[in-house]
Write a protein that binds this ligand. Structure first.
Ligand SMILES: Nc1nc2c(ncn2[C@@H]2O[C@H](COP(=O)(O)OP(=O)(O)OP(=O)(O)O)[C@@H](O)[C@H]2O)c(=O)[nH]1
Ligand SMILES: [Mg+2]
Length: 504
């Protein structure tokens, strides 16, 4: 039976639209002989078979994709410095204990930047205190450019900077001033002039003023794409074999390596940090340098060692502000099964909060929400009128009540418990900042439980649909305890995901 051509011939002949180009193109030739007709039929049947086979393959792949576990998409949320990037680093570590093997040279540079920044803060305090003592500046003009603790409000008495800046301290300051060049050269290396990252980095001051109108001199290094800046330090990777990961050796002989200058300054840095005047200046300005991000002055001899290679824990403590989005993919096996899942974890910089995060809300499996508990007595860098814990709570309310996220699991990490505990132990009273806590005990268990319950209540009250409350007290810089928690979380996410898909 001349299946296709006969039908086609019939439908075309006598068709009023037969003169259109498509009809003409597919119409059989006029005056076709019997042989030609048979040959054409055979070709058409062959073509159809081929087309059917392609359709079948597409369907088979579609079915296979349906059966295969889909990627698990997780978004990290939380205010700036809450620990999102640190959580991501921990995910990388559970994926592979050698996750940082190619990155140690780059993180060494970040740690060097962190050290120089801490020193710059102290040097500026000394300069300002000295200027004040010599009558060059009034207390009102003195600004560290760093956020202060909540204890300091507009009504607080002026900061007392009576600590005497000794000639020795001024000499120490002079000797350490060249470290500013180290900062500049590291920044230049990380962010070549003209690159988007250069602009971002240099426009990201860390001040105690709101975003708009910031002109502070303290700039926090922020990097847009992890891959690119890490590439810049490839040059430091050499062939010597002295490191913990053979592939991550650093060229310690490089004369331009800032590690050489830092090493030469180590003793002075140590003197500066332990100087009683510096301690009292910091106290007067209510700056707890040791609870600030990227604090390494306590291990200065080790981290400025000539053969220093950052450990995994150092990398977790290194501070580099995120701009833009990093997507990290890895494959993890779920516990007790051989099934591997492809994970995608998104770490999105929080510059413009919702507009930055919203595109990732679609088809998310889970959100890990980070609220740093240690922020209970601190204010936001971006807006010093807002308490950090209060900001976390508001953000949490926003997230749990969002209808777009009603089917997304949310896991709360009450983070930075190490710093939180240290603050309570130092005598800082929780109830002074969280007034509703009242006269209850100031110990770690009671206070952390109280906050945990508060977050849980908000979830219950504001969730569009009932949700299970998952919360963990975390210290993201402690890789051991964190790994245990992340393994639990990933198993829970998979369990819920499978449960949900079996209900569909
Ligand atoms: N002591 C302590 N430090 C922490 C903890 N979690 C994170 N940090 C440190 O806090 C700093 C900020 O953490 P990040 O992970 O960079 O914060 P982020 O949420 O990514 O911040 P942005 O990139 O600005 O949005 C880093 O120096 C971390 O090492 C913690 O549990 N304890
Ligand atoms: Mg980050």
């Amino acid at each position: 039976m001349p299946k296709f051509s006969a039908l086609r011939r019939r439908s075309i002949r006598g068709d009023p639209e037969r003169d259109d180009p498509l009809s003409r193109a597919i119409a059989p030739p006029e005056n076709e002989s019997q042989e030609e007709y048979a040959a054409r039929l055979a070709t058409e049947e062959e073509a159809q078979k081929c087309s059917d086979a392609i359709d079948e393959e597409i369907n088979r792949q579609r079915l296979e994709n349906k059966r295969a576990p889909k990627s698990i998409r997780v978004l990290l949320l939380g205010q700036s410095e809450s620990g999102k990037s640190t959580t991501l680093k921990n995910f990388q570590l559970i994926d592979s204990s050698k996750a940082f093997r190619h990155e140690r040279a780059s993180w060494r540079a970040v740690i060097q930047l962190n050290i120089v920044r801490s020193i710059r803060l102290i040097l500026d305090l000394i300069t300002e205190a000295h200027a004040h003592a010599s009558g060059d500046a009034s207390p009102a003009q003195i600004s560290t450019g760093f956020p202060r603790l909540l204890t300091e409000s507009a009504d607080s008495p002026p900061i007392q900077t009576q600590s005497k800046v000794t000639p020795d301290l001024l000499k120490l300051r002079m000797r350490l001033l060249p470290l500013q060049q180290v900062e500049e050269s590291l920044l230049r290396k990380m962010t070549p002039a003209g690159s988007a990252e250069f602009e971002a980095t240099h426009l990201s001051p860390m001040t105690n003023r709101p975003y708009k109108g910031r002109s502070g001199k303290f700039k926090e290094v922020a990097i847009n794409s992890t891959a690119q800046w890490k590439g810049a330090f490839g040059r430091l990777i050499a062939t010597a074999r002295a490191s913990m990961d053979s592939a991550a050796d650093i060229d310690f002989e490089d004369p331009n390596d800032p590690g050489v200058i830092l090493n030469a300054c180590a003793e002075d840095i140590s003197k500066l940090w332990n100087d009683p005047t510096v301690k009292s200046l910091l106290k007067a300005h209510r700056i707890r340098l040791e609870s600030m991000s990227g604090f390494f002055l306590d291990s200065i001899n080790r981290v400025t060692g000539l053969r220093y290679i950052p450990t995994d824990d150092d990398i977790l403590r290194a501070r580099l502000k995120t701009l833009g989005v990093s997507e990290h993919r890895f494959t993890l096996k779920s516990a007790g099964s051989m099934v591997s899942h492809d994970w995608r974890v998104y770490d999105v910089g929080v510059h413009d909060l919702w507009s930055a995060w919203a595109p990732y809300f679609d088809d998310l499996d889970a959100i890990i929400f980070l609220a740093p508990l240690s922020g209970f007595d601190e204010v936001l860098v971006e807006d010093p009128s807002v308490n950090k814990l209060e900001d976390s709570i508001l953000l949490w309310k926003h997230v749990v009540s969002n209808p777009l996220l009603k089917n997304t699991q949310i896991v709360l990490f009450l983070n930075k418990i190490d710093l939180f505990r240290a603050k309570l132990e130092a005598g800082i009273r929780f109830s002074e900042f969280v007034v509703s806590y009242g006269a209850r005990s100031n110990d770690y268990e009671s206070t952390s439980n109280y906050i945990r319950k508060k977050f849980g209540m908000l979830l219950k009250q504001h969730s569009p649909v009932p949700r299970i409350y998952y919360s963990h007290l975390t210290s993201m810089t402690d890789s051991k305890s964190t790994q245990h928690i992340l393994v639990n979380v990933k198993d829970m996410v998979i369990r819920e995901m499978l449960q949900k898909s079996s209900l569909v």
